[in-house]
Design a protein around this ligand. Structure first.
Ligand SMILES: NC(=O)C1=CN([C@@H]2O[C@H](COP(=O)(O)OP(=O)(O)OC[C@H]3O[C@@H](n4cnc5c(N)ncnc54)[C@H](OP(=O)(O)O)[C@@H]3O)[C@@H](O)[C@H]2O)C=CC1
Ligand SMILES: O=C(O)C(=O)[C@@H](O)[C@H](O)C(=O)CO
Length: 274
């Protein structure tokens, strides 16, 4: 199954679900990416920090798909947080991936103590204007970090944050929506722990003849986020994208919404990151 597309604020289209690739190494990720593309995935998420961009590029090439058919996302670390640094980060990531352009390039963490994230976004916008990247992204940015970017007249296309039914991040999603920023959800399955045994999820799964993971991923897409589940298993890779042919009811969504722990289990991006 292929995911439908969404349109980003800058006009670029993006598949509505992607494959996460951390912590796969180059060899494992090449196999997973080739499998995922065969299963219909068109969005792959990687990062400089994962050390597997070369494997992602290899998987895309092995799949035989045209470069233009796949939406490649990668992220750069704090050491590149300056206007010119972002260009060098782009050149390094593009070389490892073996591509001429990157679809979505993200500042992986804001690292406010370093003081360069606004300049980094400015550098990303310049790369987008030159056609070297198609969309501008950030990750783990709090609304306050985004506000500093917005105050500089810059609007990222995407903020990738941790999100699952116990951590629905409603305030962040509302802020993103207000400013035309798409929310990507990382760790969307809560790492497939006991979340998947929650009755609100298993009951919906039973009602639709689906798995709990499919229900959680469908919840993400029906509540305004783009999930990037990681799997290295061919069966689960296919399972995770087969979610666009059923619809959760508003009662089922409300039941899953009620799993909100009220105390987001999220790393403090004023302090941690890379
Ligand atoms: N921007 C950031 O700072 C961060 C970004 N990320 C990105 O988000 C991606 C996803 O997040 P991640 O933390 O991996 O967590 P996920 O919530 O995607 O969970 C991944 C785990 O769930 C298992 N799994 C996958 N599908 C299923 C299924 N259908 N049924 C049961 N188990 C399943 C996987 O095992 P198996 O492989 O065996 O299927 C793996 O153990 C990362 O790979 C990375 O690309 C992650 C963390 C931080
Ligand atoms: O997975 C990510 O994107 C992260 O930022 C970290 O959670 C992860 O631990 C990492 O990048 C390790 O290299």
């Amino acid at each position: 199954m292929t995911a439908p597309t969404l349109t980003l604020t800058s006009g670029t289209t993006i598949p509505a679900l992607g494959l996460g690739t951390w912590p796969m190494d180059d060899a494992d990720v090449a196999t997973a990416v080739e499998t995922a593309i065969g299963a219909g995935y068109r969005l792959i998420d990687t990062a400089e920090n994962y050390g597997n961009e070369a494997g992602v590029g290899e998987g895309v090439r092995r799949s035989g798909i045209d470069r233009g058919e796949v939406f490649l996302t990668t992220k750069f670390n704090e050491k590149w947080h300056s206007y010119d640094g972002v260009r060098r980060a782009f050149e390094a990531s593009a070389a490892r991936l073996g591509v001429e352009y990157i679809d979505l390039f993200l500042a992986h963490w804001p690292r406010p103590a370093f003081g360069g994230f606004v300049d980094a976004v400015r550098g990303l916008v310049a790369l987008r204007e030159e056609g070297l990247i198609r969309a501008v992204g950030v990750s783990n940015f709090k609304p306050a970090h985004l506000q500093a970017v917005l105050d500089s007249g810059l609007v990222p296309d995407v903020n990738q944050i941790k999100r699952d039914p116990r951590n629905p991040r409603r305030a962040e999603l509302a802020f993103h929506a207000e400013h035309g920023i798409l929310t990507e959800a990382y760790t969307p399955l809560g790492k497939a722990g006991d979340l998947l045994a929650e009755p609100a999820i298993t009951q919906a799964a039973q009602a639709h003849g689906r798995t709990p993971a499919q229900v959680v991923l469908r919840w993400h897409t029906q509540t305004g986020a783009l999930p990037i589940p990681k799997s290295a298993d061919p069966g689960r890779i296919a399972e995770n994208i087969t979610i666009f042919d059923f619809e959760l009811t508003s009662e089922e969504i409300a039941g899953i919404d009620a799993l909100d722990s009220g105390d987001a289990d999220v790393a403090d991006s004023d302090v941690v990151g890379h």
